[in-house]
Design a protein around this ligand. Structure first.
Ligand SMILES: [Cu+2]
Length: 349
């Protein structure tokens, strides 16, 4: 019995010693963790500050590098307004961006965890809420107000001397139509669309008989002359994107949309300005419209009135291509020949 107690005491003693050793080992580990936590806390706070500085340098660098290199100056009157609006928006949001980012990262650094400080509980302040709601609301209202003003201007009535061009998108090309001498685009009906009549023009409408149809060739516009685009689509939604003019409008099947602008630089001027002899004004499709979306590219030539007139004289109304007999310029050989055969046939009887 005595031996049992001695063994038991020894075993308990061993167990207690073992547990104390283990506990102090845990304490040591915990102390180390606390140490390393404090260490990484400092490193993280410093990294946040470094991220802020590098990020701001990156923003500045990108801006300096790309300034004026992407598209150059706007080539239309409305484009200048759109650019100005964009610059004002960027200036305001940039100031807010810098203030909020500096405050965010600087506070994260300055108020990193410290044993000497305790977080201050500050859940609500009506005045602050009011300030940071009302000021952005007023600012955004002014910015959006500008946008709506320009939007109404661009989609509203064009000046009386404006020329009109119809732009029709389909998978995956652009087709153009000029109203001809009468200045009126003839009526269309989608069920009339055939290989011979790609826009579905109603030939009985006299306004259609002088309309010029263009496909696979550039649209021609006159410099400093307002142009009103009448935009449509034949299958899905496309979008007439005119990056150089800073214009853009959806092309919706069944719902014509319009916008007008005045090109202010000829293609020749742009070639000089951009130092690029191959410069062309492009129409991009700005709406994902299917597999060939990427290839849906059109071109625009901006030229002087004289050059435009020379080009226009060479164009022939689609109507005359479909009904060659109606062409006044065409010698009536067919009719004469037919009459001759009729006479010959009549004579043989
Ligand atoms: Cu498209």
């Amino acid at each position: 019995m005595q031996t049992f107690f001695i063994v038991a005491i020894l075993a308990l003693g061993f167990l207690i010693t073992f547990q104390i050793a283990k506990a102090s080992e845990y304490v040591a580990v915990l102390r180390g963790e606390e140490q390393s936590r404090k260490q990484s806390n400092k490193v993280n706070a410093f990294l946040l500050l470094a991220f802020l500085v590098l990020g701001l340098i990156g923003v500045y660098y990108c801006n300096e590098n790309l300034k004026g290199k992407i598209l150059g100056e706007a080539a239309s009157d409305h484009g200048v307004l759109i650019d100005r609006m964009l610059y004002i928006t960027i200036a305001i949001t940039f100031i807010v961006f810098v203030i909020t980012q500096v405050a965010l990262f600087w506070f994260a650094y300055k108020y990193q965890h410290s044993d000497k400080r305790k977080a201050y509980y500050y859940p609500h302040n009506n005045k602050l809420e009011l300030i940071w709601t009302v000021i952005p609301a007023i600012t955004l209202t002014v910015l959006v107000g500008f946008g709506i003003f320009y939007w109404f201007k661009i989609t509203g009535d064009a000046p009386k001397n404006a020329m009109q061009v119809e732009v029709v998108g389909s998978q995956f090309k652009w087709e153009f139509r000029y109203p001809g001498k009468d200045g009126i685009l003839g009526k269309k009906y989608f069920k009339n669309i055939t290989g011979d009549n790609p826009l579905g023009q109603i030939w009985d409408d006299p306004a259609n008989q002088d309309d010029i149809y263009i496909v696979g060739e550039p649209m021609h516009l006159v410099v400093n002359k307002p142009v009103r685009l009448v935009i449509g689509a034949k299958d899905v939604i496309h979008d007439v994107g005119l990056a150089h003019f800073r214009m853009k409008m959806d092309a919706v099947p069944g719902t014509p949309t319009t916008m007008w602008f005045t090109p202010t630089k000829t293609t020749a001027q742009m070639k000089k300005e951009t130092n690029n002899p191959d410069f062309v004004y492009e129409i991009s499709c700005d709406q994902m419209c299917g597999q060939g979306h990427w290839s849906m590219r059109g071109e625009i030539v901006v030229e002087t009135q004289e050059e435009f007139d020379v080009w226009m004289v060479q164009q022939k109304p689609k109507y005359l291509a479909v009904f060659p007999d109606k062409d006044p310029a065409k010698p009536k050989t067919d009719t004469v020949a037919k009459q001759a055969t009729t006479v010959a046939v009549a004579g043989s009887h």
